[in-house]
Design a protein around this ligand. Structure first.
Ligand code: TLP
Length: 344
């Protein structure tokens, strides 16, 4: 894979030599006994960054979201969520299988919901209906093209939730990107959610790891379910060290990924038949439509692969590109040249 420029996802990054050094040197202990000092340090660091009482280290963003859903709900409850969200679309049906919940999906604008549309969807107290219990938000929104939830919209949704005694979970797999792009601190976003999941293995470049943050009481529940889901790990400081390193060294540089994504958006607009509004490139994700070109998304992905560029066909006519730590500004120019050749 060495010679490819890989824009399929920001999950594809490899740990840097200095990150690997931090991993090798990590102090470890048995985390199921709560005795891994590096895991404990990471959990405290993330809880503090998110302004929450506690945080728990888990293997994946999927597990972080699903543990949160499980810990907020009872079987038969309803969870209000955006129709193109990650927990609904890309987590293998886990909400139904593991928590016995049903989703009520609302169509957002590039993944972003309004409090008013959520309000209309909350079920009345009537035995015919499921009990609405939880609202899930996603910031940045993956399928929405890396769109950022405006802080005020999150605040309004939270106020609505509290007035109806509902919980709010934030899938913040890429909350770091939202924060770096806007200058709004992660904790300012997180204050409008009862629980937040964040990932270290996306733009931040760690090889593995996510966390759930919330109140002490909530995280205690999550901890119990993590055991039940088989997510208790042992001398896992060795990977938590990569997360600490990533937070210390790779957060601010997300700006470069955003600049690179913007450059892609602006460059792609020049190609005949490509539908993209560069204004919509807010962070590190670029989604565009190829319906008016001579190719389907898969055909374009195949042609780009031959040019040494990996891209993700996101549906029949949509392509997603994601910039990250292992892609330079120079690579982006190469990618645009490759598109030029392929679209000719
Ligand atoms: N997203 C992956 C794929 O699953 C689509 C990607 O390449 O973007 N929340 C959000 C918003 C995500 O984008 C992802 C991963 C997750 C949760 C799940 O994280 P992992 O892969 O660690 O389970």
């Amino acid at each position: 894979m060495k010679d490819f420029i890989d824009l399929r996802s920001d999950t594809v990054t490899k740990p840097t030599p200095t990150m690997r050094k931090a991993m090798v040197e990590a102090e470890v202990g048995d985390d199921v006994f709560g005795e891994d000092p590096t895991v404990n340090a990471l959990q405290e660091k993330v809880a503090s960054l998110l302004g929450k009482e506690a945080a728990l280290f888990v293997p994946s963003g999927t597990m972080a979201n699903q543990l949160s859903i499980k810990s907020h709900t009872q079987p038969g409850d309803e969870v209000i969520i955006e129709a193109s969200s990650h927990p609904y679309n890309f987590e293998g049906g886990a909400g139904a299988a593991l928590s016995g919940i049903q989703f009520q999906c609302l169509k957002g604008s590039r993944g972003i919901l309004d409090a008013s549309q959520i309000e209309e969807s909350i079920r009345p107290a009537d035995h015919h209906f499921a009990v609405t219990r939880l609202i899930c938000l996603e910031n940045t929104h993956n399928r929405g093209g890396g769109s950022i939830y405006p802080l005020e919209k999150m605040a309004e949704i939270n106020r609505l939730a509290k007035s109806k005694e509902l919980f709010v979970h934030l899938d913040g797999a890429r909350l770091w990107n939202a924060s770096v792009a806007t200058g709004i601190k992660p904790q300012e976003y997180a204050q409008w959610a009862d629980s937040v999941s964040v990932c270290l293995s996306k733009g931040l470049g760690a090889p593995i790891g996510s966390l759930v943050a919330g109140s002490k009481e909530f995280i205690d529940r999550v901890h119990r379910f993590r055991k039940m889901f088989g997510g208790g790990m042992r001398q896992v400081g060795i990977i938590a060290a990569a997360g600490i390193y990533a937070l210390d060294h790779h957060l601010e540089r997300l700006k470069e990924d955003h600049q690179n994504a913007k450059r892609l958006g602006v460059g792609l607009k020049e190609f005949k038949g490509v539908s993209i509004d560069p204004k919509h490139v807010e962070t590190n994700i670029v989604i565009f439509d190829v319906a008016n070109t001579k190719m389907t998304a898969t055909q374009l992905a195949d042609a780009m692969r031959k040019e040494g560029v990996l891209i993700h066909a996101f549906g029949k006519m949509q392509i997603r590109l994601v910039t990250h730590l292992d892609v330079t500004a120079e690579d982006i120019e190469k990618v645009l040249k490759a598109f030029k050749k392929v679209f000719r």
